[in-house]
Design a binder for this molecule. Structure first.
Ligand SMILES: [Fe+2]
Length: 179
């Protein structure tokens, strides 16, 4: 049976690939390439819909409460920080979407877009590292009954949203375009 931690790790892999794309887009925009509005929209939608609404929701609503209850003091402390990260990353993503324009950006907007994009990507990378280092190992052996319940709750949260499998070809296309 799949473990809830494996679902989250799989989502982290796709998120890391998307952060790579976002950072390369930031470099190009900053260097003066025409603003790739359509491609930036795809990446921002991925972060908004998949990372913020699905992945972070699975963690906040299902996974963190379990880890905080069963993982001891260290886990409980990490959970507090991780929840604060979710709030902060949501705010950063919102700022990033404010810069989005269907046409081109002005010079100072380009610089600001690139800076916020790097701040958002960097924040998510650190966040995932903390989870993988302090939370996921202790939750790897969730008992069978809880595993089923967690996976069901994960599915409920994800229903109506595009899955990692739906997003992967889009992200792969952008990786080929922005190397
Ligand atoms: Fe995560």
């Amino acid at each position: 049976m799949e473990r809830p931690v494996d679902v989250l790790l799989e989502e982290h892999r796709l998120t890391r690939r998307s952060i790579g794309v976002l950072h390369r887009l930031a470099d190009r925009v900053e260097a003066g390439d025409p603003f790739p509005a359509a491609d930036v929209a795809v990446v921002l939608n991925f972060f908004r819909e998949f990372v913020e609404l699905v992945h972070h929701q699975k963690e906040s609503a299902v996974f963190y409460p379990f880890a905080a209850m069963t993982g001891g003091d260290d886990a409980a402390e990490s959970v507090g920080e991780l929840i604060a990260d979710h709030d902060e990353s949501k705010t950063l993503l919102h700022s990033l979407t404010v810069f989005w324009e269907p046409t081109d950006l002005l010079a100072d907007e380009r610089k600001a877009f690139a800076e916020v994009a790097r701040a958002y990507g960097g924040r998510l990378l650190r966040h995932m590292e903390t989870e993988e280092e302090f939370l996921f190992p202790s939750a790897a052996s969730i008992p069978g009954d809880d595993r089923i319940k967690f996976l069901e709750e994960f599915e409920e949260i994800a229903s109506g949203h595009r899955t990692a499998g739906d997003w992967e070809p889009e992200i792969a296309r952008l990786e080929r375009m922005y190397r």
